[in-house]
Design a protein around this ligand. Structure first.
Ligand SMILES: Cc1ncc(C[n+]2csc(CCOP(=O)(O)OP(=O)(O)O)c2C)c(N)n1
Ligand SMILES: [Mg+2]
Length: 701
């Protein structure tokens, strides 16, 4: 068993000094005590509902730790932000209660918290988030995450947005002792420190992760000791004492507002209950629990107020009664609130499309013009991408680029070349090599009103940012009841062809098509690259924009500079019409498919080549119309055959056009092997023109 004790209570002199230094009134302290008690009442009530099995789902209770959230939020302005955790009811209550200005609004906020925990339609997130995902983005609560350490990069991004907007708002990021051993902790503190971002990292050290004590998994005694590794201030405070937390956070907030960067504040605290309802707390003694209970958030604040002569027993009793009445009303509201309507299950996944029928028609016409006008200027794929980003950055000051070596270097494949020179350090931002926090900072910046384009150098590295992009980015809108948008583009590149082996050559689009809430775009030509990137930047959804490393130098016709065009997402391009075979493909394989189609044409086989351009949203209508015409389907993809995205397309064709098929569907994909270095092996590991030709001959025979 670890030897963990609460900090010593403050002396009367120390308490007076804190009151004076922070210029606090009795009213202030009464407000804090009310919030602490309201959190406690909520949590005790949830514990009871869990034990009666009235409440389902996880609930990580915050009882005991209230002083951290109440103290930290008390140091904020109404327009500041917070990000929260799986143990987040206290954060959401302190923040939401402070944001609500009338007793009615405060009751409504309390009601919505209770209803959300119960999964009701009247909850903050319409019952889609629940205990672990309460958010109120409009008022600055950027939400809570179920992934330990997942919210730190998001906080960095929200703070980056403030810096880019020239605002003096700050972000408080709550997280646990366990989270401080996640990689995101280190990446986030480093990035925030390097850029002097206005974040206050508030570590809630309740002594344990789920069961494992801090001392067993960490060498340093205090989380705050780590601050010096990032060149920022670190301070330990009594996390059971609202005034101590408030005092430390207030200083950190001032520092952050002055542009001097982040701070790390560690509150030593303790949770009353187990990690979750099923936890028998075998890892700690009842004596230890008793000692901490005698120094808990309510006990400490009541004693301080009584010492100051600011709280009589009578007043305290009245406060308790008011809290009980408020909770009863919240339960009444939550019980009366209906469960979400089943029709809600598929709403709120994506922000509404901005594409109009006129956009689609205009692009169809433009595509024809681009194809038929031999005098049209030629650009490389890389130049087209640079031009797209440049035009959007000129049109919208919220658009910015961040990533590894995107500045002076111009990106590993030159897709941001020249932009740093034109737009400077804070529109084209060179980041540390921290993929998770690049992804998460893009999420946070997007939630806070910016439109980031974050470059991840190779798609092979996107799994390092998978939690941030998929959990924190793609799911936010749904989890938070459709009340938030994450308009970000993750630009990356993939594919084989440069003999750079298994860690730099994959096609991982299938991974990214899997998650609800994110679109996947994969252009094959300079014209498509420019129009799709512009559309992606303007779209309000998270987008994985995957370029191909072998295409950057390829040239093709692109409309004149200044002719503003977009390619609506979800519209495939029939790159070659044909009547015998529907060949569905994308990215570099579209070019190989066209070569194959030319060869097959000489044999009298007429292949229709459909370039998906966007895998999600998928233009299934164009595919089905083609299959109904040809009766034959060949899918070509550079991704591994196993669980390839083409398999999904085939399943949909099976559902929608089985009766029109004259032959079994065929796919041509990469072999199920890591991409090898040797050119001779690399060439056969992915589909080449011969394999595509052979597949088409087979389906015709
Ligand atoms: C990435 C990740 N790993 C593990 C878990 C399972 N889990 C949930 S909470 C938790 C303990 C977290 O400890 P800490 O950060 O100290 O927060 P506390 O629960 O003590 O408030 C664990 C292991 C998770 N949700 N996410
Ligand atoms: Mg903990």
């Amino acid at each position: 068993m670890p030897d963990v004790h609460p900090m010593s209570p403050k002396t009367a002199e120390e308490i007076s000094a804190m009151i004076e230094e922070q210029a606090l009134s009795r009213e202030n302290l009464l407000g804090y005590l009310r919030q602490v008690k309201e959190i406690r009442a909520l949590e005790d009530n949830i514990a009871e509902l869990l034990s009666k099995a009235v409440l389902k789902g996880a609930s990580h209770l915050y009882a005991g730790e209230e002083a951290v959230s109440v103290g930290a939020v008390a140091a904020l302005r109404d327009d500041d932000f917070i990000t929260s955790t799986h143990r987040g009811h206290g954060h959401a209550h302190a923040h939401g209660d402070t944001a609500a200005k009338t007793p009615e609004a405060k009751q409504e906020h309390y009601n919505k918290m209770m209803a959300e925990v119960l999964g009701k339609s009247g909850g903050y997130c319409k019952g889609k988030g629940g205990s672990m995902h309460i958010a109120d983005v409009d008022h600055g609560n950027l939400g809570a995450t179920g992934i330990v350490g997942g919210n730190l990069p998001v906080a960095v991004g929200a703070a980056l947005a403030q810096k880019l907007m020239g605002a003096d708002r700050v972000v408080v990021c709550f997280f646990g002792d366990g989270a401080s051993n996640e990689g995101t902790f280190h990446e986030s503190l480093n990035m925030a420190a390097a850029w002097n971002l206005p974040v206050i990292f508030v570590a809630e050290n309740n002594q344990y992760g789920m069961s494992v004590p801090w001392a067993k998994v960490t060498k340093l005694p205090d989380i705050a000791d780590r601050a010096c590794a990032y060149g920022i201030p670190g301070e330990v405070v009594d996390g059971m004492d609202v005034l101590a937390v408030r005092g430390a956070v207030a200083k950190a907030v001032e520092r952050a507002r002055r542009g001097e960067g982040p701070s790390l504040i560690e509150g030593k605290t303790y949770r009353h209950y187990g990690h979750s309802h099923s936890d028998p707390r075998a890892y700690r003694t009842r004596d230890e629990e008793k000692e901490w209970r005698a120094h808990d958030s309510i006990v400490v604040l009541q004693a301080e107020m009584k010492g100051l002569g600011w709280l009589s027993d009578e007043q305290n009793k009245e406060l308790d009664q008011a809290v009980a009445a408020k909770l009863a009303k919240a339960m009444e509201y939550a019980n009366a609130s209906s469960s979400p309507d089943p029709s809600e299950v598929e709403t709120d996944v994506y922000a509404p499309s901005k594409t109009t029928a006129a956009d689609i028609e205009a692009e169809q016409k433009l595509r024809e013009r681009v194809r038929n006008d031999s005098s049209m200027r030629q650009l490389t794929y890389a130049q087209a991408l640079v031009e797209a980003a440049r035009e959007e950055m000129l049109a919208d000051p919220k658009v910015f680029i961040m990533g590894e070596d995107v500045g002076l270097y111009g990106g590993a494949y030159g897709a941001t070349r020249g932009l740093w020179k034109e737009f400077g350090d804070w529109r084209v931002i060179d980041t540390p090599i921290s993929e998770a926090t690049i992804g998460g900072a893009a999420v946070g910046a997007a939630m806070a009103g910016m439109r980031p384009i974050a470059e991840i150098m190779y798609v092979d590295f996107t799994p390092l940012a998978m939690d941030q992009i998929a959990n924190q980015g793609a799911k936010n809108r749904y989890m938070f009841g459709g009340k938030t948008s994450v308009p970000m583009v993750i630009r990356t590149e993939g594919g084989a062809g440069r003999a750079i082996a298994a860690h730099h050559s994959q096609s991982l689009e299938a991974l990214w098509t899997h998650f609800p809430g994110i679109y996947v775009v994969m252009p094959a030509t300079p014209y498509d690259a420019k129009g799709l990137l512009k559309a992606a930047i303007r779209d309000d959804n998270p987008i994985m924009f995957i370029e191909h490393k072998m295409l950057y130098g390829t040239k093709g016709p692109v409309p004149p500079e200044g002719e503003d065009y977009i390619i609506p997402l979800g519209v495939a391009d029939i790159k070659r019409p044909g009547k015998d075979i529907t060949l569905v493909t994308y990215s570099r394989m579209a070019l190989r498919a066209l070569e194959a189609a030319d060869i097959l044409a000489q044999e009298g086989i007429d292949v229709e080549v459909i370039d998906l351009r966007t895998l999600k949203p998928l233009d299934i209508d164009t595919i089905i119309a083609s299959v109904k015409k040809t009766g034959r389907f060949v899918g070509v993809s550079e991704g591994y055959e196993n669980t390839n995205f083409i398999n999904e397309v085939m399943a949909q064709v099976n559902d929608l056009a089985f009766d029109w098929l004259d032959a079994p569907m065929v796919r041509v994909c990469a072999l199920n092997v890591p991409v090898p270095r040797a050119e001779v092996l690399e060439d056969i590991a992915i589909p080449n023109t011969n394999r595509i030709v052979a597949a088409c001959r087979k389906i015709m025979s």
